[in-house]
Write a protein that binds this ligand. Structure first.
Ligand code: KG4
Ligand code: ZN
Length: 311
């Protein structure tokens, strides 16, 4: 069975074709058309511009994806219905309807989660991206309980905003990681670890960018190292607490920030079993949408919907 999946929730126009068999799956094509260059000057994603670009890119990306996969027979199509930027989601939803196949609606967060091969339940999942920071108890496929989330900025958003303050460009995560790596030794700068000792599983990252803004940064590499460590400290401490509280050994990471090698290294030291995606599947892509769609049935009247089904 072949699924063609479309992902347009943010600033990447993505189409993938994945072939499923009893033995597993094979990615026949995976096209990601990035709009990063366009949004760079705004230091973040500009929704109206992103929508226009998706409309322009979708037919071209579809042609590329079909050609790369050698024009296979398509059985079903899948599309991201949320969470994301509403005008961008509508573009994907309207486009998929023109293709004339049964449509499977997919939640973006579930895509980031199910791009991982999970064979043991319950598991804990931390989905960290530019738009979301969620700690999820995964009881099974389709059975999720959101334990905590960010109350303001997402972890990736914090990387992006701090990178902008430091003049490093957009998107900021990878840039901060590289700059942080170049700083050897202990940092003299001390940034807050928001909500780290609170009993709940929620996060808050907006104060961190303000703290960077008002601290006298003498060395950009040092500031990168400290802000990256502040984000990691909070994510690790709260996730480990949730895993202890729920007696869970397996942790799944997903979302753009999960590409961060330092975050992976520090989690690995603390967790019995760590499941992480191939870095190219950490950031937005349509393979993850096809993989999540595999477990679902086509539906009628598809429209954007941000809710992850909670069981
Ligand atoms: O999952 P994603 O591609 O899009 C959303 O669903 O938001 O995540 C993008 C986010 C951006 O904020 C970007 O700065 C961050 O992921 N990111 C990273 C790294 N690579 C991407 N953050 C930290 N370290 C990285 N290596
Ligand atoms: Zn994402």
């Amino acid at each position: 069975m072949n699924i063609l999946a479309i992902e347009t929730s943010c600033d990447d126009t993505c189409i993938a074709i994945v072939s499923f068999s009893k033995k597993g799956y094979k990615v026949l094509s995976n096209i990601v058309s990035s709009q990063v260059e366009l949004h760079k000057k705004y230091g973040g994603v500009y929704p109206a511009l992103a929508k226009r670009e998706h409309e322009k890119n979708l037919p071209l990306v579809l042609e590329k994806a079909l050609k790369k996969a050698k024009n296979p027979k398509i059985d079903k199509v899948a599309v991201t219905i949320g969470p994301g930027l509403d005008p961008c989601l509508w573009t994907g939803v309207n486009f998929v309807k023109t293709l004339g196949y049964p449509i499977i609606p997919v939640n973006h967060i579930e895509g980031h989660l199910l791009v991982n091969k999970i064979n043991k339940f319950p598991a804990m999942a931390l989905i960290v991206s530019g738009g979301h920071t969620q700690l999820i108890l995964v009881k099974g496929i389709g059975k999720y309980k959101i334990l905590g989330e960010t109350r303001d900025d997402a972890a990736g958003e914090c990387f992006d905003k701090v990178a902008r303050i430091l003049g490093l460009g957009y998107p900021g995560g990878e840039k901060i990681y590289k700059k942080a790596k170049s700083f050897k030794g202990k940092t003299s700068l001390s940034l807050p670890r928001p909500m780290i000792n609170q009993k709940n599983y929620d996060f808050s990252f907006s104060g961190l960018k303000t703290a960077v803004l008002y601290s006298k940064v003498k060395n950009k590499a040092e500031a990168c190292k400290e802000v990256q460590q502040a984000i990691i400290d909070v994510l690790v401490k709260k996730t480990i607490k949730a895993m202890r509280d729920y007696r869970i050994d397996t942790l799944i990471l997903g979302g753009g920030v999960s590409a961060n090698k330092e975050l992976r290294r520090q989690f690995k030291k603390q967790v019995k079993e760590l499941i992480v995606p191939d870095p190219k599947f950490s950031t937005d892509n349509a393979v993850m949408i096809a993989l999540a769609a595999y477990y679902k049935k086509p539906k009628k009247n598809i429209k954007p919907d941000a809710n992850l089904r909670i069981c």
